[in-house]
Design a protein around this ligand. Structure first.
Ligand code: HEM
Length: 510
């Protein structure tokens, strides 16, 4: 209910306790005499205070600040030769959905217009279960081994002593992982602060697999192009905006939907035949790389439209739980080790953040029968499957496995070991170089200046290291960043021998 609706729509009603008993006095606590202490028997006061203490739930470890809306996905092109997923079964078919967009590093109260990547999470309520597409507004990511994800998170969040965001921590980590340069270049570019959630693209980033009705597997990357057009803020515009409005993304999305200006994204896929994975010159499951569109062109799939604001933010947005392990027949995983780790991390976080029965919260609940045999647990709010058998196999034909949905085997070879990605593939700089070279000179200048501002008071040796990384991608990139930082390029390029990280287990940049 928006502010203007409240007066007309709030029915006169009676205040009760949580268990429905009338509240006779909501203004005056019960005391012994007009000026005396409280009485323990003021149960309504006790209930109010106790409830208030429990109204906060843990915020998400990352992507804590976000906005959400309900909508519809409509198929516009037949891709059934790639996927048997019911959601894609017919052109024109509509599926109900929910979306949540986020900033990543900021806490729940952070300002929206910050230089950061954005989360782009979609939940599709299909008739064969919920499919969650948990992506970002960038096609690549900072790291390509999940062991580094907790470190990334700590490096971009607050310093343990100062409780301030630290340019030194942030850039020390990023520059020690040369594979991060692609993502860093995107975040520091003119696209690093989207004007709003409506004005950015979305990507699965990872490679997933699609499986068709002949049980053939295809490797797939998903793209969601904004039909509102890309619009961004400069650092200066964002600074002014944040001074006036810390919730600019939330306001923009909410207001657009209220005025029926429904935002839309076109979903497309890049499709790689299964056996190409061994032949493609790029590592097809490396999250720090894109597949070139000339190699794997975009194939249209459908339209995402957001057309309904949640009636209650906490109920639907804060309690929403997106997890890459929520997959449906026809859509599956790939060997990307980052994706594999995410198959554990999300539901685990949600069992902690929302409880073991978070799948029953309406925004998360499947819109098809759920027969899982999971029972009990805190906050169970349905009939808990009553007295039906709660084990399988059973002799009563209750809830048998559905072997017709078995996936084709995924070919995997190799010895179990701590394989070093850097030994396997040290092609860190080709794609950031291409991205840099695609930029117009004025965009390159913006990239240099954004980088210099973001590096702020980071230690000089870290700035030198970043200059060396940028130089390895393109000498003009290194020179531009050095100049914007007011540092001598030749000194930076010769400074590797003085880098305190020399000899550390992390692979050093050039
Ligand atoms: C949120 C873990 C990489 C996109 C989260 C959450 C966790 C997490 C624990 C909070 C979940 C919750 O409390 O509901 C990880 C790990 C990663 C990883 C361990 C790597 C190993 C990625 C990547 C992407 C991504 C590569 C995008 C391609 C998101 C989004 C959200 C999120 C969009 C917010 C979902 C929402 O709106 O509720 N991540 N993440 N994450 N992550 Fe990741």
């Amino acid at each position: 209910m928006s502010d203007s609706d409240k007066k007309s729509k709030c029915p006169f009603s009676r205040l009760t306790t949580a268990f429905g008993a009338p509240v006779a006095d909501n203004q005056n606590s019960m005391t012994a005499g007009a000026r005396g202490p409280l009485l323990m028997q003021d149960v309504w006061l006790l209930e109010k205070l106790a409830n208030l203490n429990r109204e906060n739930i843990p915020e998400r470890r990352m992507h804590a600040k976000g906005s959400g809306a309900f909508g519809t996905f409509t198929v516009t092109n037949d891709i059934t030769k790639y996927s048997k997923a019911k959601i894609f079964s017919q052109v024109g078919k509509k599926t109900e959905m929910f979306a949540r967009f986020t900033t990543v590093a900021g806490e729940r109260g952070a300002a929206d217009a910050e230089r950061d990547i954005r989360g782009f999470a979609l939940k599709f309520y299909t008739e064969e279960g919920n499919w969650d597409m948990v992506g970002n507004n960038t096609p690549v990511f900072f790291v390509r081994d999940p062991r580094k994800f907790p470190d990334l998170n700590k490096a971009v969040k607050r310093d343990p002593k100062t409780n301030l965001r630290s340019a030194t921590n942030n850039w020390d980590f990023w520059t020690l992982l040369p594979e991060a340069l692609h993502q860093v270049t995107i975040v520091m570019s003119d696209r690093g602060i989207p004007k709003s959630y409506r004005h950015m693209h979305g990507f699965s980033s990872h490679t997933y697999s699609f499986i068709n009705s002949n049980n053939e597997r295809f490797w797939v990357k998903m793209h969601f192009q904004t039909l509102q057009g890309i619009q961004n803020l400069t650092d200066q515009e964002a600074e002014t905006l944040v001074g006036k409005d810390r919730e600019s993304h939330q306001r923009d999305l909410f207001d657009a939907i209220e005025r029926k200006d429904y935002p839309k994204w076109k979903m497309s896929i890049q499709v790689m035949p299964e056996t190409d994975a061994d032949k493609y010159r790029l590592h097809p499951f490396d999250l720090t790389k894109v597949w070139y569109k000339k190699d794997y062109p975009l194939i249209e799939v459908g339209i995402v439209e957001l057309n309904r604001n949640p009636e209650n933010f906490h109920a639907d947005v804060e309690q929403s739980a997106f997890a890459p392990n929520n997959l449906v027949p026809g859509i599956s995983v790939s060997p990307d080790k980052m994706l594999q780790a995410r198959l554990f991390a999300y539901s685990d976080a949600q069992r902690y953040r929302l409880g073991v029965n978070h799948h029953q919260i309406p925004v998360n609940a499947a819109r098809c029968p759920v027969n899982s045999n999971h029972r009990d647990g805190q906050g169970r709010v349905d009939g808990n499957y009553g007295g039906t058998p709660h084990y399988e196999p059973n002799s009563f034909k209750q809830w048998q496995e559905q072997s017709e949905f078995k996936e084709p085997p995924m070919k995997i070879t190799g010895n179990g070991d701590h394989w070093n990605f850097h030994d396997d593939d040290s092609n860190y700089f080709e794609q950031p170089a291409k991205l840099f070279q695609l930029m117009k000179p004025e965009q390159q200048q913006v990239l240099f200046e954004n980088t210099a501002r973001a590096m702020g008071d980071a230690e000089e040796f870290i700035k030198f290291r970043h200059i060396r990384n940028c130089h390895a991608a393109d000498p003009k990139y290194g020179a531009g960043v050095a100049k914007a930082l007011g540092l001598d390029l030749a000194r930076a390029l010769g400074s590797k021998k003085d880098d305190p990280a020399l000899g550390s287990p992390a692979a050093l940049p050039v």
